[in-house]
Every structure is written in C-alpha cells, then in structure tokens.
Design a binder for this molecule. Structure first.
Ligand SMILES: Cc1cc2nc3c(=O)[nH]c(=O)nc-3n(C[C@H](O)[C@H](O)[C@H](O)COP(=O)(O)O)c2cc1C
Length: 193
C-alpha cells in the first residue's frame, strides 16, 4: 500500500546533491516520489540515478521524450527543497518561466499541501524581496520551514558547505505527510454536493 505520491522540486543549491535522502525517507514510509528539477539544479543532481531510484523521469523541461512522456501519478504533497533565493522569489510572484516553476504554480493553485525548505545565506534572506516572498507564500497556505521555530535559520555567507549536511530532509517529509493527512481529513469532512 502506498502512503501517497510526493513531488519533489529541486533548485540549484548544494543540498540538491543529497535529494536521494528525501526519496529514500519517503520510500521507507511507502510513499512514491518523482523529482522535477529547475534547469540550474541539473548541475547538482544525477538524473539517471534518481530515475532508477524513483522509477519516474526527472523532468526539467516541457520537452517530452519516450521516457519523460509518461504521466506522473496524482500528487498528494509537494516539497520544494532545496529552494533557492531565486525560485522562492519567483514562486511567490507566480512566475512560471521554467517547467519546475510552472508545476509549482499549478500545484499550489490546486491546494496541494506544499512544503518549502529554503537554502539561502543570511545576506540573501535579509533582502526585502525574500522576506516578502516568504510571507506571501505563507499567506497562501504554503509551509515554509524557516526561522527559529523551525530550527532552520539562514547560514552565514560562505558557510553553505557545512550547513548542507544539516539540511532537514526528514523534517520536510514528516511535515508534508502531516499536511497531506490534514488535507485528506478536511476533504473527507466536506459535505458532498
Ligand atoms: C555552486 C553553486 C552553489 C549555489 N548555492 C546556492 C544556494 O545555496 N542558495 C541559493 O539561493 N542559490 C545558490 N546558487 C545560485 C543559484 O544556483 C542561482 O541563483 C540559480 O539562478 C538558481 O536557479 P533556480 O532557482 O532556477 O534553481 C548557487 C550556485 C552555484 C553555482
């Protein structure tokens, strides 16, 4: 039995290299996964290895091929991790200038439970556009894991390599599972029309 289907969107930051940790954590709890990558993220990941692990194509463009043409299962939860300064700002504005961000825009619009785990340094996180973007995404119901309460703070500039090892893959997954369960029970308690 599957727990659900998780869509993972990876952006171009160091922890993308370790996204298999999230795939494995999900699989151990009977979730299926598919990875979507921004064009920049392709420099950080090994698409073939992830395709073997997930059983689904790693999509990063609209181009379909014999392997990418296959439909993905319906999505029960979305995790954007690592989420870059660039993609967080764009997602908050609703920009959809690549396949990954178009998917994000649509899945958030469909009210799919969404967790974002930023990987940004403190200088970028201090910028007004970023702070507004986080607030705006939270306003839309997106769970952004950032701040003292989430025990996930922006790192000092230049310290990304050390911080990468602490990237909270498991917290992201357990948060997404909880949001998906809440969403399912809210849907079940809706009166049928
Ligand atoms: C080696 C390397 C590491 C990077 N690390 C980060 C990072 O930790 N956080 C971040 O926001 N951007 C980081 N960047 C910059 C992003 O890759 C860049 O802003 C890119 O445009 C992001 O594209 P995307 O949001 O579409 O993935 C890094 C770039 C390189 C080349």
């Amino acid at each position: 039995m599957t727990g659900g289907h998780l869509r993972i969107v990876v952006c171009g930051a160091g922890p993308a290299t370790d996204v298999a940790q999230l795939v494995t954590a999900a699989q151990e709890r009977s979730w299926t996964t598919a990875v979507t990558a921004t064009p920049s993220a392709l420099d950080f990941i090994e698409p073939e290895a992830l395709e073997t692990l997930t059983g689904h194509p790693v999509r990063s463009t609209y181009r379909s091929s014999p392997s990418t043409g296959r439909c993905l299962p319906a999505t029960d939860a979305l995790i954007i991790a690592p989420a870059t300064y660039n993609s967080i700002n764009k997602a908050a504005l609703g920009l959809a200038d690549n396949y990954a961000l178009t998917s994000v825009a649509e899945l958030i619009g469909r009210r799919v439970p969404t967790v974002i785990v930023p990987f940004v340094n403190a200088a970028l996180a201090a910028r007004a556009p970023f702070r507004h973007a986080v607030a705006s995404l939270r306003d839309e119901g997106v769970r952004v894991l950032l701040g003292a309460e989430d025990q996930w703070e922006p790192h000092p500039p230049g310290s990304g390599n050390e911080r990468q090892r602490a990237f909270p893959w498991l917290v992201a997954f357990t948060t997404a599972v909880r949001l998906a369960a809440e969403s399912r029970s809210a849907a079940a308690s809706q009166p049928r029309s």
